[in-house]
Design a binder for this molecule. Structure first.
Ligand code: G6P
Length: 479
């Protein structure tokens, strides 16, 4: 067994919660990433002397552990070859499409797999080195599914949790993976394996029974060494109060008015905000909207569709193809349907800070979220959190995890263009009372089930799985 370190709580994720930036004087610095995971975990990290292990992006090699805003961060370097084979290859061209309903065809390459194994081992070894005796280690997402078992082999004293942020596929799809058994065994190193939805947990337990041959009962897996692993659903959320506070701020209100003004004060603003990813259904959504304009149901003098696409995984071929497809589609639509100063679609390929996102949410009348498959989709929840006047409409794909909670959205099947057109039109024509009724119910859900509740419930459950084992993780001190 490796000798223990001093951290009572270790977070292991592919990314650190900070991004590299260059300060005004040219020296390299760090900035908190816009993602929500850090907001969720930061309070528990602080309460438990936590350490976060992750890749800071890029290929810098000689990075040392550092403190940022009171958090202990341990950067893991990645070589060019690892970025290509582990990150772009196995993580994002094998697992990502396979776990998202094979929306794109997954590629299977043995050298990508070998690299996935070796990077996972490096993360596991680092966690083993830093965790104190009986500490809690929380491993995140599809890039690191082998870490739980590798870590358990090195440090059987640890309490290990794993959380998958993306969907876990049905057995019929997972079965394609040549390394399916190794992945399942990797995950079974954890005491608790968390998923977004109950369906993911059920898929996992069924696969473990069929493919690895362990006894299972409901959400429990009984291993031959006497250990029990629990699988459960923990739908992730957002810092709802933080978003609402931002949305209520004067600066954001002013910026929202500026955005509306810059768009020519249209009666209705439709909005899409997504990472530029083929799972998000951006193409189908823009087509549906453009047909409504073409059919004469929507006039470009009255309405505009604002689409923000955040650059993502730009060296992976399928992402490049998608970018070209969307560029071409937007060009066609605006060329055919736009008027001077009145494009049908206002398209931005860039990423914005939280404040600008909040202003966009405040400015938008109809939020359109239409992924073909999505673990949760936090944009849908962020929109709801920002609509403190209980107005605005949400059009949401049934295939986003968020649809399980946001039942009062206009739910759509993103493969059904006519169905999407009807839902967009209904939302467009809905009266104030209808909008308020729906938004109020959705706000209640998002406010009550925020990201702090998510982190607490996962960690509490993890402690409960093996109560007599390991140190207790102190709950976060929240304001
Ligand atoms: C999804 C995944 C995360 C990932 C994020 C951004 O939300 O669940 O694990 O970090 O996308 O993708 P990237 O490839 O830039 O890390």
């Amino acid at each position: 067994m490796a000798s223990p370190g001093s951290a009572d709580l270790v977070i292991v994720a592919n990314r650190l919660p900070v991004d590299r930036v260059t300060d005004s004087d040219g020296t390299p610095g760090w900035r908190t990433s816009p993602g929500g995971l850090v907001t969720a975990i930061e309070p528990v990290m602080r309460a438990n002397d936590g350490t976060w292990i992750g890749w800071p992006g890029g290929t810098e090699q000689d990075l040392q552990p550092f403190e940022f805003d009171g958090l202990d961060l341990v950067p893991m370097a990645m070589s060019d070859e690892e970025i290509e084979n582990f990150y772009e290859g196995f993580s994002n061209a094998t697992l990502w499409p396979l776990y998202h309903d094979v929306v794109a065809k997954p590629a299977f390459h043995r050298e990508w797999w070998d690299c996935y194994v070796s990077v996972n081992r490096r993360f596991a070894e680092k966690a083993a080195e830093l965790a104190s005796e009986g500490a809690t280690v929380w491993v995140h997402d599809y890039q690191l599914q082998l870490v739980p078992q590798m870590l358990r082999d090195l440090r059987p004293d640890l309490r290990i949790g794993f959380y998958l942020h993306i969907p876990f596929p049905p057995a019929e799809l997972f079965q394609q993976l040549p390394w399916r058994r190794q992945i399942l065994e990797g995950l079974l190193g954890a005491d608790l394996v968390g998923f977004q939805l109950p369906g993911g947990a059920q898929n996992f337990v069924r696969l473990v029974r069929q493919r690895v041959g362990h006894k299972t009962h409901r959400d429990l897996v009984y291993l031959s060494d006497g250990r029990t692993v629990r699988a459960g659903a923990f739908p992730i959320s957002i810092d709802a109060a933080g978003f609402e506070e931002l949305a209520r701020s004067e600066a954001v209100e002013k910026r929202a008015a500026e955005i509306r003004e810059a768009l020519g004060n249209p009666r209705t603003i439709f909005l899409g905000i997504d990472r530029l990813d083929y799972t998000k259904g951006i193409y189908a959504r823009l087509r549906a909207y453009s047909e409504l304009v073409m059919d004469g149901h929507i006039d470009v003098e009255d309405a505009v569709f604002v689409q923000v696409a955040t650059p993502s995984r730009e060296r992976v071929q399928q992402y490049r193809i998608l970018r070209d497809d969307i560029d071409r589609l937007v060009g066609h639509i605006n060329g055919d349907l736009g008027k001077i100063g009145r494009p049908a679609i206002s398209y931005m390929h860039s990423s914005y800070p939280r404040e600008e996102m909040a202003a966009l949410y405040r400015a938008a009348d109809i939020m359109v979220v239409t992924p073909f498959r999505d673990g949760m989709n936090l944009v849908a929840k962020e929109y709801v959190a920002c609509r403190f006047e209980s107005d605005g409409a949400l059009v949401l794909s049934e295939f986003a995890g968020a649809a399980d909670e946001l039942r009062q959205a206009w739910l759509v099947n993103p493969y059904d263009i006519n169905g999407m057109k009807s839902a967009l039109l209904e939302a467009y024509g809905a009266n104030g009372r209808e909008l308020t009724r729906r938004m109020k119910a959705m706000r209640k859900q998002v406010i009550q089930h925020d990201v702090a509740a998510w982190a607490d419930s996962f960690l509490e459950e993890l402690a409960a799985v093996r109560p007599s084992h390991g140190k207790t993780v102190r709950p976060a001190k929240r304001p």
